[in-house]
Every structure is written in C-alpha cells, then in structure tokens.
Design a protein around this ligand. Sequence first.
Ligand code: HAM
Length: 450
Amino acid sequence: MTEKKHKLERLTGVKGMNDILPSDTGLWEFFENTVKAILHAYGYQNIRTPILEHTPLFRRSIGEVTDIVEKEMYSFVDSLNGKQLTMRPENTAAVVRSAIEHNLLYDGPKRLWYIGPMFRHERPQRGRYRQFHQVGVEALGFVGPDIDAEIILICQRLWNNLGLRDIRLELNSLGHKHERAAHRDQLIIYLERYIKLLDHDSKNRLYTNPLRVLDTKNPALQDIAANAPKLIDFLGDESLAHFEGLQSLLSANNISFTINPRLVRGLDYYNMTVFEWVTNKLGAQGTIGGGGRYDLLIKQLGGKPALACGWALGIERILELLRENNLVLSNDGCDVYIVHQGETARIRAFSIAEQLRNIGLDVILHCSVDNASVSFKSQMKLANASGATYAIILGDNEVWQDEVSIKPLRGNREIMDNAQQRVPVKSLVDFLAKVIAIPQKKEGISYNHK
Ligand code: HAM
C-alpha cells in the first residue's frame, strides 16, 4: 500500500493585518526616529498601555452610536474568566484610563505620547487596515487654546522634517455641550425634511447622533449635509473666543488652515477644537490624522475633572505619502562585513568583530549556513549585498602575518589609497577610526549602587 502524503496547509496572516518586512522597516524606523525627536523637543513623555482593555472603556468614551463601537471593534469574552475585552481601536480612552488609575495628574498637567498598533474591523483597502499603527499625543490638564496650537505645531514640524508638503489642516469648533444641544434640535428638524432621502445609517442616527450624519461619506447626501445648520452659528462668546484664539496662534506661527464647519470627527468625546490633517494624494483614505479637545472625558471615565486635548496620526498613511514622494533613505547597511576562511581566521574574526563593535561600529560577521566552507568570492557577494561600507578579509595569509585586508565596498574608495589594503590587526581600530566617522554614543547607562 502506498503511503498517502498529507500536504500541510500553508498558513497565512489575518486579512487586513500586515507583516512589516525588513525591506520596509528602514522607513518605519526613519519615521519613528523623526517623530520621537520632535516629541522630545516639545517635552512630551512616552506612555505605553496594553493592547487589551475592558470593552466598556471604549463604549463609554468613543460612544455607542459610532462606526467604531457599532461595527469595528475586535471584542470577545475571555473564556477563562468571562470578562468582555476589546483590542484597542484607538488609544485616547486607554491613556485617560491609565492617567486616572495611576493618578498621573496629581502634580500637575501632563504631556504624553504613544505609538503602536490599533485594531478596527474595517473593510481593508489601500490606507485602511484592520491592524494599523498610530502615533499620538494627549495633553492632559491644559485649558487651551495655547496647548491646542502647540499640538498642531508638532504635526506641522513633523511634516516639515519629513519633507511632506501636500497635507492641509482643517479646523472646526464643536463648542460646549449646551451649544451642541441647541444645534442638534435644529439639525433634527432640518434632516427630518429629507428623511426619505437619507440612507440606512443616517436614518438610524437621526435621533441618536445627528451630528454624525454631517460626517457622511455617501455622495448622494453631500448636498443635504452641506446645507445643514452649522454648529459654528450656535457657539457662544466663550467658545468663539477659544476658537479665534487658536486661529490667531496658528496664523502667528505661519500655519495655514481652512475652517470646515462639517468636520465633526468619528468619535463622541470631542468638544471645542477639532481638526484633521488631509491630503488629496492618497485617494479615498486621505485623512492622515486628527484630534481635538475632549474636556469632559476624564470626568466621564471617573477621574477628577481635567481638561484635555490630543491627536493621533495614521502611520501607514504617512509612510504611503513618503513613498509617493519617492523618499530615498541613505544606505542603512552596516559599517563592516567580515569574511574569513579557516579555523584560526574564524576565531580571530570573532574577536575583531567584537572589538569593532566596542568602538561603536556596526559589524556583520559571516556565519556558516551549512557545513561546507564558503568561497571568498561567495562571501564577498554576501558582503556587497549586505550594504556594508567595508569588507574585512581574513584568510590564511592575513592570519600568519597578523594582518587583515580591508576593501571599500561603496562610496569610500577615494578615502583609501587603493582598492584593497593590508593593515596590521593591532592598528585596525585606529585605521577604521580615521576612515569611518564613528558615531558618538549619546546614550549611556549608569547604576545607582547603594
Ligand atoms: P481617528 O481619526 O479615529 O482618531 O484616527 C486617527 C488616524 O488614524 C486617522 O486619521 C487615520 O490616519 C488613522 N486610521 C484610522 N483608522 C485606520 C485604519 N483602519 N487603517 C489605517 N489607518 C487608520 C483617533 O483615533 C483619536 N484617538 C485621535 C485623538 C487623540 N483625539 C484626541 N487624542
């Protein structure tokens, strides 16, 4: 009887959740480093909260009648203890939860930032994923509008430092709760006139969350939404002064913006300032990021009342813009790739690699892939492909003479006298220090020994 061969089913990733491969992580790291340097420059502190939170946190903060809570949350019951959990669809609620739980505002306001994956069960398409990444800031305990302007300036600096020029700022004010309530009454009366034309979602929201109807993406409803009563016409003196104060600060800092009276954002916790950064370069998913004030959320989640504002940016969309702009990253290969042949050379190569790493160089040491020895030629091909600046070569000849050969692989040939040269092992570090700008190590650690 022939043995039936079972072909193993090949597993794939989850739809809408992407692998970020090594060919792409250089761009991610470039972005992360750029944004972190800016956040640091504005005095923001990093906060890291878990991926999973109790489901009621998001229902209470984002709002029951929102796309996120109604349709997009990855929620499940923990079968081990029956708890309702949700994979965070956004991070404002979790940061506020954490700030309350750890009493972070006990000694004054806080400027916080985060970066990481968020999860929304949306229909995947370009720029819209089920696992996506945000970087965000939450400034807790400030009244504004100066802090509103500050967080917008951070974004503008980010676009400048990334060389992105096609992103525009849209602003609106949602005012106070009582102002929204007065507007809501008029909005319902207006929308009732068009009830037959409204789509399923808009009908559903007419009495529960009519502001959301203004946010509709349905092309058939654009005219109705555009002619609806505008919230800005219902704002009182205090809200208007806040909004105008923000606009003056932005103008004084050369930030251009347009006021979009229909901008309401897709989450319910906002009041007063709201804003979005938008581009025409990415098709349907042109919103790069957004945010605003959420002065009631901390109280609503059980904390001591404190004012707050923040934003989050979609990292995938920013990287897509960088790719659209043909951003070229400088070579991010290592400094040195060491090729070697023979047992003695292998041992010496290890110690040379460690010495070079000690002085701050990035070094790849050739390691065997099987038990056969690999020719110098093949090793040199690998060295070249690695993007390394120099190859260090250690063969029998070099070993006997206590030397190494150094071959520049790219861009640095003029610095060395000839294409390949021999250097005694004992002067290798000095030699490389001369030809490679060794990075000054900024960060260090020290221990407090009691
Ligand atoms: P949001 O507008 O829901 O706001 O999301 C911010 C950004 O995340 C969006 O503008 C977009 O760039 C990106 N984004 C959202 N969903 C997806 C997706 N499915 N795929 C790819 N990118 C996506 C918030 O999340 C608020 N927490 C912002 C905030 C912070 N407000 C105050 N503080």
